[in-house]
Design a protein around this ligand. Structure first.
Ligand code: MOS
Length: 759
């Protein structure tokens, strides 16, 4: 680090309101489908009504007869386009319109383009297909599915692990549990629908689409269309909810781009919520078997976690959360194994927090079951098994404040007042239950670039091709620049969400704040170093002072002896109007190749469990009170307290919002959310927000977020651990534990609904 640079401020950032708050609440923030575009044509998707087989014939005449229809893009029209690629930037290799094979229900079979949205919709609905239909395999236990080991099938999941002798330790354990858990299919359902608007200016293709990865999509779309990536621009200034669903690009984007080219005018396709269930990614259902062995003293000696996940036929999507669960406690011996179950379904994808939410749900339930089996307080049980190093590679944690989280949350919650006896706590007709669980999320960071410009009047412009998916990253980037350059935040503007900006990694894996802030910090320090050098140079206003003794604050450079110079005077002496610096941040361990890959749209994550020196995770502890009506079994969650430690918190307001949102989602996962699959047709049934249940305001009562101070400079220069995906990990398990405490019923299959508590 430049010695002239100020030390990073420790720990808790200001709770500043979002820099784009006013734009958002006044409707001036343009989401991609709102961006003004002249001469628009509208596209609507036609999708398959079967889940497995082949399209033998398409009937287009009725659709073509609708007045105002302009074009239909279908089989034969995409032949010159490369098939999509499953991987980081691509959601699936299923290339609709490349061949007539149907891999899943709701697969795209055509795009109707018309003068109006209504005509496009009508025409799309009139498109009929004849099929050669086969019987689909819908999910776990369906005849015809294929189960394969997940390890090595996909870059997303490296390996199963084995540490110590699980079998022997488990057999010898005084207390054992062996339990199975499951989580249902879930769909993200961001309020902003999925959309693509594409138009060509000569050879240049411009796409307005909500994206968590504009640089990655630029590269992938250019590959599919076989054009120079320099001729593709993805624009996504604001995103109305993403949660992973707007991370990988889906095949729709290329189809709409081809339609726009054929027509010679802009085409916009906004997918209906119903169609999104089949054309976007989602969280597939998972199953788990967990075995834990422990001594009478409560020390765990054996831990095994087996997981099963559903995926599509062609793409080995896997979340593989055993990486985190296998390292959570001081287990003694560890055994993990993850299997993929291939079914006739669309390819799943990232959904906040992809591996941890289902896997930690299973683990933390099992931990509570074990605490009960041992007759031990569940917090005490976790304290006893707190590790000094992670149990697989025996690497230390870069920092781990889990016990502090438990202490602070337990204290705020009033855990000491809990009567541990099942069903012992009551308020009139309501049974009261209290439970807790651990949250964990790996801390990663990726190469990232940023450009910072400081002008003589003290204005700062930050440019970085990251994405404001609602997390507040634009705000924390502004805070970082304001802090490093000593200017007030209202002097800082931040440009994001455009592939023509300096490239940033995918906004996934909770890496954005750490990666973006590290790059902005580096660019600011370069600006500052230039400014200091100009001030102290011969003839400069602070000639004779030492660069490293200068303090930059309030639009002034101050030297140690009391002399100071305004930025504008330094610029005058330097005979320039602005300083602009471009910085590439590379995490520790990243090669120059990794930085090059950033420009090709490939994000290389560093940290988590992959680091050489230490493993890096953020932690939290969540405590939940449930009330269950003793007659109707109606379930309420009157309060949750979560305490989280995630290194430096850039902005306590946006951090709280992320964690609060995560806990609310956790309640949804515990009690509401599930996509029902019709097993006869491998078809999603409840494809709208009327039937796909999520919590509403009335479901959410008292939520308390405690930010536990933690300093960790090993994670990255900004000292930031991610927390976007931390809050909803563990919540559902804490609810399940509280339900057990109230009723004596251990519900191992999500969501927990009234019918499971009756009888
Ligand atoms: Mo997150 S599911 O990595 O957007």
């Amino acid at each position: 680090m430049d010695p002239a640079a100020p030390k990073p401020k420790e720990n808790m950032g200001e709770p500043l309101p979002r820099v784009d708050a006013r734009l958002k609440v006044t409707g001036q923030a343009h989401y991609p489908a709102d961006l003004p575009t002249a001469n628009l044509a509208y596209g609507a998707l036609a999708t398959s009504s079967i889940a497995k087989g082949r399209v033998t014939k398409l009937h287009l005449d009725d659709a073509r007869a609708v007045p105002g229809l302009l074009d239909i893009v279908t089989y034969g029209d995409m032949d010159k386009v490369e098939k999509p690629k499953f991987g980081n930037a691509g959601a699936t290799s299923i290339g609709p319109l490349h061949d007539r094979t149907i891999f899943h229900d709701g697969q795209i079979i055509a795009l109707a383009v018309a003068e109006t949205f209504e005509v496009a919709e009508e025409a799309a609905q009139l498109i009929r297909a004849d099929y050669e239909e086969e019987k689909p395999s819908a999910s776990f236990d369906s005849p015809g599915t294929k189960t394969i080991p997940a390890a090595g099938k996909s870059p997303l999941f490296k390996e199963d692990v084995k540490a110590g002798d699980f079998d022997a330790a488990y057999a010898a354990a005084a207390v054992r549990i062996d339990a199975r858990y499951s989580t249902p299919t879930q769909h993200h359902n961001p309020i902003e629908l999925f959309s693509t608007t594409a138009f060509w200016q000569g050879d240049q293709l411009i796409v307005h689409e909500p994206s968590q990865n504009v640089t990655g999509w630029k590269a992938e779309l250019a590959r599919e269309l076989k054009i120079d990536p320099a001729n593709v621009r993805i624009v996504s200034p604001f995103i109305g909810g993403a949660f992973g669903s707007k991370g990988p690009m889906t095949p729709r984007t290329a189809i709409v781009a081809v339609a726009a080219k054929r027509l010679g005018r802009p085409v916009r396709c906004v997918t209906s919520r119903m169609q999104a269930f089949g054309t976007q990614t989602y969280r597939a259902e998972t199953r788990h078997r967990i075995r834990i062995g422990a001594g009478e003293d409560g020390r765990i000696t054996a831990f095994a976690h087996e997981g099963w996940e559903v995926t599509s036929r062609p793409d080995p999507y896997v979340v593989g959360g055993t990486s985190a669960t296998g390292r959570m406690y001081d287990y003694g011996s560890v055994l993990t194994h993850v299997s993929l179950v291939q079914a006739d379904r669309n390819t799943p994808g990232y959904m906040r927090s992809p591996p941890e939410t289902p896997y930690v749900y299973a683990l933390e339930n099992a931990m509570d079951e074990m605490a009960v089996a041992l007759g031990m307080d569940p917090v005490e049980f976790r304290r006893i098994n707190e590790p000094k190093a992670e149990p697989i590679g025996k690497k230390p944690f870069s920092s781990r404040s889990l016990i502090q989280c438990y202490e602070q949350a337990a204290n705020a919650f009033g855990w000491a007042k809990r009567d541990p006896k099942v069903g012992a706590m009551r308020d009139g007709d309501w049974l009261i239950g209290m439970g807790c669980a651990t949250a964990i999320y790996p801390t990663a960071v990726a190469p990232c670039a940023a450009r910072v410009r400081l002008t003589s009047d003290g204005d700062v412009r930050v440019q970085c091709g990251s994405h404001e998916i609602g997390t507040g990253v634009r705000t924390v980037a502004a805070q970082m620049a304001s802090e490093r350059l000593g200017v007030s935040i209202d002097k800082v503007t931040v440009e994001m969400g455009d592939s023509s900006l300096p490239p940033a990694p995918v906004s996934g894996g909770s890496i954005s704040t750490a990666s973006v802030c590290s790059a902005v910090l580096k660019a600011c320090d370069a600006v500052r170093a230039k400014l200091s050098a100009g001030a102290t140079a011969e003839g400069g206003p602070l000639a004779g002072s030492h660069n490293e003794e200068l303090d930059l604050d309030g639009g002034k450079l101050a030297a140690r002896g009391g002399a100071s110079a305004k930025i504008e005077d330094v610029f005058k002496a330097m005979q320039i109007g602005a300083i602009e610096e471009y910085a590439e941040f590379a995490p520790k361990g990243a090669t120059p190749e990794a930085v090059k890959k950033l420009y090709a749209g490939q994000s290389e994550f560093h940290g988590g469990d992959q680091d050489e020196d230490s493993v890096k995770y953020a932690f939290g502890a969540e405590f939940v009170e449930v009330r269950i009506n003793s007659y109707t079994r109606e379930i309420r969650v009157p309060r949750i307290v979560g305490a989280f430690a995630a290194g430096r918190i850039m902005n306590t307001r946006t951090a709280r919002s992320q964690l609060m949102g995560g806990m609310i989602w956790g309640i949804g996962q515990a009690l509401h959310e599930a996509t029902e699959v019709d097993r006869r047709y491998a078809r999603y049934v409840n494809r709208d927000l009327q039937d796909y249940l999520v919590p509403v305001n009335a479901d959410i009562r008292d939520l308390q977020v405690i930010l536990v101070p933690e300093v960790d400079h090993a994670v990255n220069p900004a000292g930031v651990k991610g927390l976007g995906e931390l809050g909803n990990v563990g919540t559902a398990a804490a609810v399940a534990s509280a339900v057990y405490h109230a009723t004596g019923k251990r519900i191992r299959d999500l969501p927990i609904r009234i019918d499971q508590l009756i009888a």
